[in-house]
Ligand binder design. Structure first.
Ligand code: PHE
Length: 354
């Protein structure tokens, strides 16, 4: 076999190079790309390998130049292959989306997990609805409070023993997790003038040892009415109406004299123990007393009005704070407050709004 001369080798290399330029434009799928790779770079039969073999027979003086040309072709082949691979990869997602756009109606549907409101939230809404029907508005306030709003403005002097029952976590010298929703009474009265008729649902925190009816975090619903001529009779009538709407016309309710620094007079309200129906002396919910305390209330102390610049000679008001958790327990027949906070979905999903 005659040894190829340089010109002939050059012509072949140029032809291969043109083939690469065309392929760069034309190749549209991975399989053709693979074929092109084999055609040029296959170890045994690839164009480049064969050209290197031919080099051995080229005249000595032309070898150097011929070697350079074959190497250049090899580099060109490699970069063309890389460029095509990159182009195909970029086009791939679009190609895939194209395939997906013809839906297969025989595939099972996509399951969308749906949530459900927590039983406490459901019950909160139930209470809200009763008050909204009576023309109350819903207000909201921060869960981290200053000493002034949680205590001072509510008439707790700095070292008053009433603070002991309301021990909590302090976030700084003057900041604490609020122990009740009453601070929002102050916040609202500071910025609005009577008549005021609001409820304030929210989270509160206390130093409590957990048991079936106590948790260190729970929910309250505060209520506040301020207007001219408001009396204790309004407080009593409204709360009785609300509790009977929640628990039924026959539910026994009692008012007990009590003390709060920010109300005078004050009353605590109990309802009959709906867990044992006042019948079980060993009942874990009422401790055998037959009654369960569900809220604190009273007429707004004149000093509180002075603290927010409302004239106590002209206006009077009443307020209450009820434990949403306890009421929900009775209403939904839940024996332990801690179930609300365990996030066991088997528990949470049992409840729907009536
Ligand atoms: N804030 C009181 C508590 O948490 C309840 C209360 C509210 C009492 C409003 C009177 C008036 O126990």
């Amino acid at each position: 076999m005659p040894s190829p001369n340089l010109d002939e080798l050059k012509a072949r290399i140029e032809a291969h190079s043109r083939r690469l330029t065309e392929a760069l434009e034309q190749i549209r799928d991975p399989r053709s790309l693979e074929e092109l790779r084999n055609e040029f770079l296959s170890r045994k039969r690839g164009v480049v390998t064969l050209l290197f073999e031919d080099l051995k027979t080229v005249d000595a003086e032309a070898k150097r130049e011929a070697g350079r040309l074959v190497n250049a072709l090899k580099t060109e082949a490699q970069s063309v292959l890389d460029a095509i691979a990159a182009r195909l990869a970029e086009a791939a997602p679009a190609a895939k989306a194209g395939a997906d756009s013809a839906p297969d109606p025989t595939l099972p549907g996509e399951r969308r997990p749906y949530g459900a409101a927590h039983p406490l939230r459901l019950f909160q809404r139930e209470i809200e609805k009763i008050f909204l029907d009576m023309g109350f508005a819903i207000e909201d306030g921060p869960e981290i409070e200053t000493d002034f709003y949680n205590f001072g403005a509510l008439n707790f002097p700095p070292n008053h023993p009433a603070r002991d029952q309301w021990d909590t976590l302090y976030v700084g010298d003057d900041l604490m997790l609020r122990t009740h929703t009453s601070p929002v009474q102050i916040r609202v009265m500071e910025k609005r003038r009577p008549p005021i008729r609001i409820i304030i649902p929210g989270k509160v925190f206390r130093k409590e040892t957990p048991d079936p009816t106590h948790a260190a975090m729970f929910f309250q619903m505060e209520g506040l009415v301020v207007d001219e001529g408001v009396t204790f009779a309004h407080l009593k009538g409204t709360l009785e109406y609300v509790l009977k709407r929640l628990f039924g016309e026959k539910t026994k309710v009692r008012f007990r004299p009590s003390y709060f620094p920010f109300t005078e007079p004050s009353a605590e309200v109990d309802i009959e123990c709906l867990q044992c129906g006042q019948k079980d002396p060993a009942c874990r919910v009422c401790g055998g007393t037959g009654w369960k305390e569900i809220l604190g209330s009273g007429l707004v102390d004149p000093q509180v009005f002075k603290n927010v610049n409302i004239d106590p000679e002209r206006y009077s008001g009443w307020a209450f704070g009820m434990g949403i958790d306890r009421l929900a327990m009775f209403s939904l027949g839940i024996p332990d407050i801690r179930y609300f906070y365990e996030n066991d979905l088997r528990f949470n999903r049992q409840f729907t709004l009536r």
